[in-house]
Design a protein around this ligand. Sequence first.
Ligand code: PIF
Length: 390
Amino acid sequence: KEILSNGSNCAVMRRDRLPSTRMNESVNLWSILRSNIGKDLSKVAMPVQLNEPLNTLQRLCEEVEYCHLLDTAANTHDPHMRMVYIAAFAVSAYACSFTRAGGKPFNPILGETYECLRQDKGFRFIAEQVSHHPPVSACHCESKNYTFWQDVRWKNKFWGKSMEIVPMGVTHLELPGFGDRYEWSKVTSCIHNILSGQRWIEHYGEMSIKHSTTTGDVSHCKVTFLKSRSGALNANEVEGMVTDSNGRVIHSLFGKWNEALYLGKPPSATCIWRANPMPEDHEQYYGFTQFAIELNELEEGLKALLPLTDTRFRPDQRLLEEGDIAGAEEQKERIEVLQRERRRVLQENNMTHSPRFFKRAEDDSWVSNGTYWDLRKDPGFSKLEIPVLW
Ligand code: PIF
């Protein structure tokens, strides 16, 4: 186990296992879906048993697991090679989903926050649930080499045997060293066999990564996530093309979003990114990667530093992590009632909720208001008035 500092100047050992395995699901999802036909499923409270012990804010943090690709990009002078690393990073965000079709993340409570400070990886990440209906999660991740931010909202389409998740929102990245800005959007995800059989996840569609600098457009990368033909060997394949400002192809990429991405053409291709090996017994532990296992860990030194709105303090998610399904369900319902109560009070007073750490940008996206880490340092969240969410 690696020994790391968590920002409180105390060394921590990161856990390599969740406290409890996943219990067998005994939910009749069909009866829930059947009684909600035509309804927006994000407005239906689902049984906690369908969840994994992580929430959408933490799922956004998982997208930066392979941030070393951004560090490499930030140290690469050739703009087209920089784009290759950015494309690999954008693809790598999907790797963890391969083993995760079995459960859905917790839907964060409005105002719930999550921080992840990884000095070993050189970044600090914050996220906040900025809207409840529709659910919108915003995040901001910074390091000396890059700034990464996005807000995510999903549209669900239930097709009977499968469910399509269509993401909305733009992912942004800046490399201050070069004055580079990149923007892309996510592809469609589909959970197959939603009601019976082995669930599996597929991603398909085109991701267009636009690169711009203050001097104008420099390059572009189109990454295609291929739909698998049934029984074919092409599952999870991706193909990419980096083009210059004249549309000329400079680099080609190929690989699988769950395994690796290569630059060039076989057989003389170079591996740009490879997914980390999975922990032993991961099937019993929600299919979590090592990075995912660490996300909800509440180390001793961290407790006093976090705002009480941090996901790590959310009791239903913690109880599920510990294997107490009945306790988790009871808490989930209690917390949802509290949230409805707060919503009612706001409505009665003709007020709307304002996120604490994010603000609307001109293009309607959510960006950090830059206050989180300053407040954490001085006066410290324990000295501030923090809303009680649970
Ligand atoms: C509750 O969220 P759930 C509902 O929003 C409910 O309307 C609300 O009450 P209110 C509760 O307070 C909420 O807790 C429902 C929904 C949430 C998402 C978006 O957690 C991410 O009970 C979806 O869940 C990603 O879930 C899915 O939406 C990736 O979290 C797999 O729609 C869904 C998911 C559909 C089920 C998929 C099952 C896969 C195994 O009174 O305030 O309205």
